[in-house]
Ligand binder design. Structure first.
Ligand SMILES: *Cc1c(COP(=O)(O)O)cnc(C)c1O
Length: 476
């Protein structure tokens, strides 16, 4: 077989594939949200396909589409109320297709000047929206929030220990300490492991009733650690926690960081996008004081998985942290004042991730994003109101579209939440999760899908009434 396939074959493949994809995209809601899991069956299926010579291409494509239809939680479904996994917007899907055809190499600027400058432009524009100076903000697209948090940590280490790039851990004249709340994303702890600091370098600061980092406790820890001769290197505040979408008190934390010359990183993987609607800006007040910010594009900006961003107001830090010149890299850009992306990132060869965001913006504009962000927020309020109206108790406090709730007065709230959640998932009609608040699981519904409507929320609430409200006799 011709390795390129023939023009006729390509045409026919697209003609067969595209309608199937469109069918999925247009009618996702007709599917069960979650499949029944059967690992053995999947293993058998894969083992049963002989790859020695390959299949007819049409059959190959059909098998992939058939199995994705059957074997995945359909996160693009409007009744998916899960973690921050969006339905991807259509321009961003096409962006992936285009990037795969052209395969721009984002390591060296001179190989893909258009792609590199698009990403630079987005970093500056998005950075400016967070309150950074458009001319000096630096940043990079990452594979997601986890890589962005690791990048923030590495910047903090290079900031605290000027010889870190050369000496590594031997540059530590005092023990580095990292602070984040007990509600911070676990990628913070993972970053400490990857960086060679270890889990124990991360101090978990308790949270208040609203799941926000206790500023008093942070203050006490900073003082105690400094007195003990350690070096507070980094505080990671969260703007929109993964579980309950709580927003830490950024200005107060920023002030403490300044006092202790400690790098201030805000993990706004999900919540950061609220900045795109002028009205919601006050929720993130203080984020402009951060030394660096994590914000995911593949969450609230509704583009395919594998797109995050790290922003920093220090124009020299990424270079200082990552610049590892290599003689064999293309050097046509040497005389220009440009940045080779590989000198600013963990990754080397890199996909044109920014196109997913850029094409979305080219089609919808910043105003389109402001509208869709507002829609999510309003749908979140609508869910909160409907649940409260029917007697459910809302247990989290956030303006962001994440609602944690329970039925008041049940005997064993944790067990109750897990049972109801399982019933909802098993019904195939919706997907939600449980999240532990102060050690007890609660039901959690996040609005992650721009296509979710008020009618969908009504359906979810009816489903919960049916599957979740204890019969009057059980309740006594
Ligand atoms: C999702 C999330 C992360 C991790 O981001 P990935 O894109 O999954 O790598 C980090 N922090 C917070 C607050 C998140 O919600």
């Amino acid at each position: 077989m011709h390795f390129d396939l023939t023009a006729d074959q390509r045409k026919q493949l697209l003609e067969n594939l595209l309608p199937r994809l469109e069918e999925y995209y247009a009618n996702t809601r007709d599917l069960r949200v979650a499949p029944q899991l059967d690992k053995e069956k999947l293993r058998e299926l894969l083992a049963g396909t002989d790859l020695t010579t390959g299949l007819p291409p049409d059959e190959a494509l059909d098998s992939v589409v058939d199995n994705l239809l059957k074997y995945q939680v359909h996160v693009p479904h409007p009744m998916y109320y899960g973690l921050y996994n969006p339905r991807t917007n259509f321009p961003s899907i096409l962006a992936d297709l285009i990037a795969a055809y052209f395969n721009p190499q984002l390591a060296a600027w001179s190989h893909s000047p258009y792609a590199a400058e698009v990403e630079n432009y987005l970093v500056r524009e998005y950075g400016a929206r967070f309150g950074y100076d458009r001319d000096s903000v630096d940043g990079t697209f990452t594979s997601g929030g986890a890589e962005a948090n690791l990048t923030g940590l590495l910047c903090a280490l290079n900031h605290a220990y000027p010889d870190y790039a050369h000496l590594g851990y031997r540059a530590f004249d005092r023990e580095p300490v990292i602070y984040s709340s007990d509600q911070a994303h676990h990628s913070v702890v993972k970053a400490a492991r990857v960086a060679g600091l270890g889990l124990n370098a991360v101090v978990s600061i308790p949270t208040d009733e609203g799941q926000r980092m206790s500023v008093d406790s942070l203050r006490d820890h900073l003082l105690a650690d400094t007195t003990a001769g350690n070096r507070p290197v980094l505080v990671i505040a969260t703007a929109g926690t993964t579980g309950t979408a709580a927003i830490d008190q950024l200005p107060a934390i920023a002030e403490l960081c300044q006092k202790y010359s400690c790098w201030f990183h805000v993990d706004a993987a999900f919540g950061g996008a609220a900045i795109l609607n002028e009205e919601y800006r006050p929720w993130l007040a203080g984020i402009e004081l951060a030394d660096s910010i994590t914000t995911d594009i593949h969450k609230w900006l509704s583009v395919p998985m594998g797109t995050g961003m790290l922003l920093t107001r220090h124009p020299d830090m990424l270079n200082k942290t990552f610049n590892t010149p290599a003689e064999y890299m293309p050097r046509e850009g040497k005389e220009l004042s440009i940045v080779d992306p590989y000198t600013h990132t963990i990754q080397w060869s890199r996909r044109f991730l920014g196109l997913r965001m850029y094409l979305s913006l080219l089609v919808f504009g910043w105003e389109g994003y402001a509208d869709t962000i507002r829609h999510h927020v309003e749908i979140g309020h609508y869910l909160r109101d409907r649940l409260a109206e029917r007697g459910w108790q809302i247990v989290n406090d956030t303006p962001l579209p994440v609602v944690c709730f329970t039925w008041p007065g049940v005997d064993d709230p944790g067990n109750y939440a897990r049972t109801v959640c399982q019933r909802v998932v098993d019904s195939g009609e919706a997907w939600l999760s449980v999240y532990p608040i102060k050690g007890t699981d609660h039901l959690r519904a996040g609005i992650t899908n721009y296509a979710t409507t008020r009618a969908d929320i009504d359906r979810l609430v009816e489903l919960l009434q049916r599957l979740g409200v204890p019969a009057a006799t059980d309740a006594n």
